[in-house]
Unconditional design. Structure first.
Length: 1042
């Protein structure tokens, strides 16, 4: 990862203006499409598969007049009973009914109307039923309804209009949200001591969230997206975008102060800090996408949208920010007496606030742990009273039409009238639809808790009945939930009694209850997934058992404190005035799972940025055996080096979240409070106080991990340590050109344990390497090909460092494995095709490539076979009918046709006789000469059989070994190269006598210039001759050919 980001940083720095232009065009495109699409947001909290959603779907299909959004009318008499104004009110109702999309308006004075007149006779209420959803209800229709609902002149009563028709369909973003950006700018200015440097993270984060917001609004034109979704994406995307920019700019300026050039510093900052940004962003994205575990569509959309915002922030930090850094150039380089240089000097001398703080918290670590746990415990205590509900108009801003109407109805008619239940039933079998619906309504009315039945009617086709029941209590009251359960429990009995079917309880209240139930059931599984993921990720990063457990427990403490604070503010009412909380009561039901997802990613960020520095210092301290208390020293130095950046990042994130509190909606406000408190607790109490204390208590035990577990877990380069090895390799390659394989103190992970291997293989050569241990030979072959990891030391192939750059190595290297008897029945063409699939990673090879490989092999085999006569073409022969040498040459052809830079042959001396091995080595040498690649033969006695004296574990170049020249390999596994003047002069020797000379080796075309001639290779319809070549026959045949 770090090497890829290093190359990306270089590329962006070189093409800075192009990169900037791409981002500008992308921004303009997204904003342009969004303005044309005009997407509308809607709070659709439905859940497919629930009873309430099934009822809503039924209403949409069979009773559309009752499935649209609704409005509420409240008439208040200024003096006397409201009935004195009956005629005027009925005129208003008739005027409203004439408005387009209004399907009906209840007459509060109609005969049989229930619950429409208040007990004091001063208020009347009426419901407006639309035939479209709130998203399809345009501003013109609302304006016409408002105009018709105006109290007629001269009338002594007040008309209030509200209801779901006023549900907002736009993203609620206010000017106060910019307060967080201003605070972030101040913090960045103090941190960097430079206004230019402080502005860059804000610009990149701003462009990122702009693209995210416009994209979400565009998608809203074709999909259902809630009003909370873009605000949540904005809040999280802005916070992480600024933080990620902070990390990269900090590393860049530090490296500029050390003297690096601008371009090199950008590349290294992208590789080191950028790797951490990628890891941090990935954890946040995984956590947000993990909200899909709840299987609730609107929550999944929220998570995916916010995750996209984080992904855009990561991309901006890695591609847009480096472009700005390159444009700014040396203006970002700290001056000798600048604020940044002074702070760096203080940090080096250990005189920073972070140094004093870590000294305090680790002086008596047990006391620190106890105090932190006590403080967090107090903050989390209110969580016992946590109550959840979906938002309704009772949480709207005071003074708005929905809130005013809601409060009037709750006060004068009862809270249940704001939470009616809709009961539908299939009455297609009924001979008396009206009577059946009335009987069902009477049965429902008998259930304790049902205050009134305000509507009972069949649809126009008389096959669906609808009953509107008003509970005694509000939607969020637990007793309303119990009432819904009672109705559903008695539904089967009513179906049998009335000979009807499919009784369902639906409506907004029932949907909210079903959502709460689904969310409550998803909290534990989601929590297990999140905590389990935290343990696994941190175990991989820190190679420790105790550190991940400590981090996961710290995350749970942060969640508890955040939820406890939200409960105290929004349910207990503490600080309601300063926070602008308009309604005290249950908080939005999806807040806990949102907090768990977002805080997980952020908590892992701080854990990685802080503890990775401590671990790095602990590992490096092993080089100083005289150092007392390695663990304590690493805690102090690591904390000092990272505390300032973590503090700035946390303050920025807290300020961004807090900025959404003043003008946030009833949904966003508690989320913003929870995130701000959660980040504060996690960053300052858990990570910067509890973590150093716990690590001090554990000492060296904090970094213990079982060896088997360590070997089983993959390695993730979070801090870009691979970059150091890559840069060192680049410098080494410049000083040692023409070296294909470099092994210095390399340890090969064989079955018998790590085996030391020393290698220095030149480019464009055929080289042999001997080793007595077959396990080491096999491990070496596949390690050099990038398929296995070395156990230690320095090992590079073609300039790529292993194991970090194994992916690049696998593209450049091909292996000639030992033949397997399992392939004997396979045709040569099928065998070559299978090899190409396995080695290239493509699902199927090109027929042209397969034919080219078969043509190579045909040319190489012709001198061995002699005239083919009526024998079938090579592609149709069975692999088992070929000699060992022929099979090796077929495999070599399959490798050569892929234009590799290195071919590694596994133990050619195991299945090839001496003369055959010499012939094979000659073909390899000719291929090296024509194609400019490198071939390495790995075996037990390859060097001796190929014409050089054997030396224990030694490797020598076998190309261009002349008959009279003796080559002695060096000891210790080194490789010697014998220069080649001309491939035509090659003669391979065995026991001092010429075996196969260059004239016997066929001409091999350069790989890139091979022309495919399928007809010349394949002659179908002929059966292959039997293979009569045993090992002795192969040896004799090779001598005869020589």
């Amino acid at each position: 990862m770090s090497t890829f980001l290093y190359a990306l940083g270089h590329a962006v720095a070189r093409h800075r203006w192009r990169a900037l232009l791409v981002w500008v065009l992308l921004t303009v495109l997204c904003f342009g499409v969004s303005s044309v699409a005009k997407g509308a947001l809607v709070n659709d909290y439905s859940i497919p598969g629930t009873e309430s959603q099934a009822g809503i779907d039924t209403l949409d299909q069979r009773f559309p007049q009752a499935s649209g959004t609704t409005g509420q009318l409240v008439f208040q008499s200024k003096s006397g009973p409201i009935s004195d104004h009956k005629s005027a009110i009925e005129s208003q109702i008739k005027a409203i009914e004439k408005v387009k999309h209004v399907s009906s308006v209840d007459d509060p004075f109609a005969s049989g109307a229930v619950g429409t007149i208040s007990d004091n006779k001063e208020f009347a209420q009426s419901q407006i039923q639309f035939d479209v959803s709130v998203t399809d209800l345009n501003e013109t229709t609302i304006h016409e309804v408002e105009k018709a609902a105006v109290t007629p002149a001269g009338q002594n009563y007040i008309t209030t209009l509200g209801g779901d028709m006023y549900t907002p369909t736009g993203a609620g973003v206010g000017l106060t949200d910019l307060i967080g950006v201003f605070v972030a700018f101040v913090v960045l200015s103090i941190t960097f001591g430079s206004l230019v440097a402080a502005g860059l993270p804000l610009i990149t984060a701003g462009l990122g969230v702009g693209i995210t917001m416009s994209t979400i609004l565009t998608i809203a034109s074709v999909a259902t997206i809630s009003t909370t979704t873009p605000t949540l994406a904005l809040m999280i995307g802005l916070a992480v975008g600024i933080d990620y920019g902070l990390f990269i700019v900090t590393r860049h300026r530090r490296q500029l102060a050390q003297g690096l050039t601008v371009e090199e510093s950008i590349a290294q900052a992208s590789a080191t800090a950028g790797s951490a940004v990628v890891f941090a962003g990935t954890t946040v994205i995984i956590a947000l996408c993990g909200l899909a575990v709840a299987n609730i569509p609107f929550l999944t959309v929220m998570g995916v949208a916010a995750a996209c915002g984080v992904a855009v922030a990561v991309c901006a930090a890695l591609t847009l920010l480096p472009a700005f850094l390159a444009i700014c150039g040396n203006r970002l380089r700290p001056k000798e007496k600048s604020h940044a240089v002074k702070l760096a000097a203080k940090a080096a001398a250990g005189r920073t606030m972070g140094a004093h703080w870590v000294a305090i918290v680790t002086k008596i670590p047990a006391l620190t742990v106890a105090v932190v746990l006590l403080v967090i415990g107090v903050a989390a205590f209110p969580v016992k009273d946590l109550a959840l509900a979906l938002p309704d108009n009772g949480s709207a801003e005071p003074g708005t039409p929905p809130r005013t109407t809601f409060d009037l109805i709750a006060k004068e008619f009862g809270p249940g009238f704001n939470a009616p239940l809709l009961v539908t039933s299939d009455i297609i079998t009924s001979t008396d639809p009206k009577g059946t619906v009335q009987s069902l309504a009477d049965d429902i009315a008998k259930i304790p808790g049902v205050k009134a039945i305000t509507k009972q009617t069949p649809n126009q086709t008389a096959d669906l009945g609808l009953v509107r029941a008003v509970p005694e209590w509000a939607q969020s009251d637990p007793r309303t939930t119990e009432l819904v359960g009672k109705i559903r429990a008695q539904a089967p009995g009513w179906e049998d009694k009335l000979k009807i079917s499919d009784i369902t309880v639906t409506g907004t209240t029932a949907v909210a209850i079903d959502v709460n139930s689904r969310l409550s059931g998803a909290l534990v599984p989601f929590g297990l997934v999140v905590v389990g993921l935290a343990l696994l990720l941190l175990m991989i990063v820190f190679r420790s058992v105790a550190v991940p457990i400590k981090a996961a427990l710290g995350y749970l403490l942060s969640i508890g404190a955040a939820l406890g604070t939200v409960t105290a503010c929004f349910i207990w009412g503490w600080g309601a005035g300063p926070l602008g909380i308009s309604a005290i009561g249950p908080i939005v039901s999806f807040l806990p799972i949102i907090l768990m997802g977002v805080l997980f990613g952020l908590a892992m960020d701080y854990e990685v940025f802080l503890v990775s520095a401590i671990r790095e210092d602990y590992v490096h301290s092993a080089a100083h055996p005289g150092l007392q208390n390695r663990a304590g020293h690493a805690i102090r130095t690591g904390f000092i080096s990272s505390a300032r950046v973590v503090t700035a990042a946390a303050v920025i994130m807290i300020s961004v979240f807090a900025a959404f509190i003043p003008e946030g909606s009833s949904t966003i406000k508690p989320i913003a409070v929870g995130l701000a408190v959660g980040v504060f607790v996690d960053a300052f109490l858990v990570r910067m106080t509890l973590v150093p204390a716990v690590l001090a208590l554990l000492g060296d035990k904090a970094w213990w991990m079982p060896k088997r577990l360590d070997a089983a877990l993959p390695h993730i380069d979070v801090e870009g340590s691979a970059l150091v090895r890559h840069v060192e390799q680049v410098d080494w390659d410049e000083a040692h050109p023409a070296i294909a394989i470099r092994g210095e103190g390399a340890l090969i992970a064989a079955g018998s344990g790590p085996a030391p291997v020393e290698l220095s293989v030149p480019t464009q050569a055929t080289v042999s390497y001997d080793h007595p241990d077959p396990g080491v030979r096999t491990a070496l072959v596949w390690t050099l090909a990038g398929w296995r990891k070395p156990a230690g030391g320095v090992l590079s192939v073609l300039g790529q460092v292993l194991p970090e750059e194994a992916g690049y190595v696998r593209k450049l290297v091909r292996v000639i494995p030992l033949p397997s008897s399992d392939d004997d029945a396979v045709s040569v063409r099928r065998y070559v095709s299978t090899l190409l699939i396995a080695q290239s990673g493509k699902p199927w090879p090109s027929p042209k490539t397969t034919s080219r490989a078969v043509q190579y092999a045909t040319g190489w085999l012709s001198p061995l076979r002699g005239p083919v006569g009526d024998a079938p073409p090579l592609g149709e022969r069975r692999l088992g009918q070929l000699t060992a040498l022929e099979r090796r040459l077929v495999t070599l052809a399959a490798a050569a046709v892929q234009s590799p830079k290195l071919i590694v042959v596994e133990e050619p001396d195991r299945d090839l006789a001496t003369a055959e091995l010499s012939w094979f080595a000659g073909v390899c040498a000719e291929l090296v000469h024509d194609a400019g690649l490198t071939v390495l033969l790995v075996g037990a006695k390859v060097t001796a059989l190929a014409g050089a004296e054997a030396g224990g574990g030694a490797g020598v170049a076998v190309d261009a070994v002349e008959p009279a020249e003796q080559v002695t390999p060096s000891e210790g596994g080194s490789v010697e190269r014998v220069d080649v003047e001309s491939a035509a002069e090659m003669t391979l020797v065995r026991d001092g006598a010429a075996v196969l000379d260059a004239e016997s080796v066929p001409e091999i075309p350069v790989v890139s210039e091979v022309e495919t001639d399928v007809e010349s290779v394949d002659r179908p319809g002929e059966s292959p001759p039997p293979n009569e070549d045993g090992p002795e026959a192969r040896e004799e045949r090779a001598h005869e050919l020589a």
